[in-house]
Ligand binder design. Sequence first.
Ligand SMILES: O=C(CO)[C@@H](O)[C@H](O)COP(=O)(O)O
Length: 157
Amino acid sequence: MVTNPLDYVESFGKAGASGFTFHIEAARENWNELIQKIKAKGMKPGVSLKPGTPIEEVYPLVEGENHVDLVLVMTVEPGFGGQKFMPEMMDKVRRLRQKYPSLDIEVDGGLGPSTIDAAASAGANCIVAGSSVFGAPEPAQVISLMRNRVEGVKAAW
Ligand SMILES: O=C(CO)[C@@H](O)[C@H](O)COP(=O)(O)O
């Protein structure tokens, strides 16, 4: 999370990023301008929200002409890896999936083999995982397992 995402769009675009996800908490005043700039630099915009932020706050950013392509629901407080997954955040994921069937919904924090089913069945289709992958003897197996679980429940959303 950065406090002034607008300052980073240009350099991320130049570096070759394909997407740029910003925190709604850091862009309440200028998200519209931010989305426009991200798109103008050839990147896909996404919006993220902290555990204490109500899901309704991102609805206006998903709707309308100038919209984001992805919503990232933080399942820990942003800051560092290795934290415990917050299952109560799955209500946000479920509500988003119900409202926007084709939206990319990402989750970040505490995801791994023991939490992937909760996230996947709620409707998450993009998974950020640090410790569970990099701390595994066979990282590729953990990635495959999580991918398979998401693919396996997609039809039921
Ligand atoms: O950096 C953060 C939050 O800011 C982490 O949520 C990582 O992005 C994922 O780490 P693990 O929870 O998978 O270790």
